[in-house]
Write a protein that binds this ligand. Structure first.
Ligand SMILES: Cc1cc2nc3c(=O)[nH]c(=O)nc-3n(C[C@H](O)[C@H](O)[C@H](O)COP(=O)(O)OP(=O)(O)OC[C@H]3O[C@@H](n4cnc5c(N)ncnc54)[C@H](O)[C@@H]3O)c2cc1C
Length: 257
């Protein structure tokens, strides 16, 4: 089975993020594999264990993303592609990413493409569905269980807490939701082996694309952090006095009554 995972290098939103002049300070951000993509990688490994085949991980990004691709190889992927847009493009959006990926897949045969449900930084959840549309294949989002039998694919997906069961067939693109599996940590032998696994870099030219073909259709005009939360106020004294003060504060400070 030809199994592909499209994965994104994201900054770790658990870490303190510093924004200066409307952009995230790269120096302070810690980068990781998008957590939803870890579910996609784990599912790819489970599929290979059951059906044999080869797992390829693909990222659109810059040189820095090699580190996360090596981590995916250490988890168990067989080879990696970095679709390096660094020299050709300054800007890009979901259209750019999906189109670059689509041109890659037009040159590479696949049975299944696994993606994350959403990137924890950009958060649009667009790349998977856009890619499937460009490739003219079926896609199922937010999957929590998948069985493949020959060409038949049975999927459970999370619909706001309910479960929807879908039957479809290969080739397909699916996007992984939390709960699909428990992603493994790379083992030490896995990390050693990953250093020797193939990681190929392709640029727009190699994908028969020009800069103009993938120019962004949208632009991020501003990024800002949520306002800092004020510390809470602790009322003291007799309960009756506290209630009076609370009502007064709700009227005068919060202006909600
Ligand atoms: C050349 C270029 C320049 C960019 N410049 C900027 C910028 O200046 N400012 C800015 O804010 N953003 C920039 N971006 C990022 C871009 O706007 C989006 O973050 C990105 O296209 C994906 O959208 P998303 O983060 O909402 O991902 P989602 O659609 O939420 O991601 C869902 C899933 O799609 C897959 N996926 C997403 N992105 C990639 C990827 N890059 N490679 C492989 N798989 C992927 C993963 O499986 C992921 O889990 C740039 C992108 C490119 C290609």
């Amino acid at each position: 089975m030809n199994i592909y995972v499209v994965m994104k290098r994201t900054f770790d939103t658990e870490e303190k993020i510093v924004i200066k002049n409307g952009v995230i300070e790269e120096g302070d951000a810690k980068y990781i594999i998008n957590p939803y993509d870890e579910y996609a990688i784990e599912e790819a490994i489970l599929l290979k264990e059951k059906h044999d085949g080869e797992i390829t991980v693909v990222t659109v990004g810059g040189e820095d993303a090699e580190k996360e691709l090596r981590t995916a190889l250490a988890m168990g992927a067989d080879k990696a592609f970095l679709l390096n847009t660094e020299d050709d493009l300054e800007d890009g959006d979901e259209y750019t990413t999906a189109k670059v990926l689509a041109h890659f897949f037009k040159k590479n045969e696949f049975d299944i493409i696994l993606a994350g449900n959403v990137a924890i930084d950009g958060g649009s959840g667009q790349v998977g569905p856009r890619l499937a549309e460009l490739l003219d294949i079926s896609y199922v989002t937010t999957i929590t269980k998948m069985e493949i039998d020959g060409q038949k694919v049975t999927i459970e997906r999370d619909v706001e807490g309910d479960v929807e069961v879908i039957e479809t067939s290969l080739p397909i693109l699916v996007t992984a939701q939390q709960g699909l599996n428990e992603p493994r940590y790379p083992s030490l032998p896995g990390i050693m082996k990953a250093k020797k696994k193939p990681l190929e870099e392709l640029e727009l030219d190699d994908l028969d694309l020009d800069k103009e073909d993938v120019e962004a259709k949208s632009k991020v005009v501003e990024i800002y952090l949520p306002p800092k939360k004020e510390a809470g106020k602790v009322l003291e004294g007799e309960v009756q006095d506290q209630v009076k003060e609370l009502v007064n504060l709700l009227k005068t400070d919060a202006k909600v009554i």
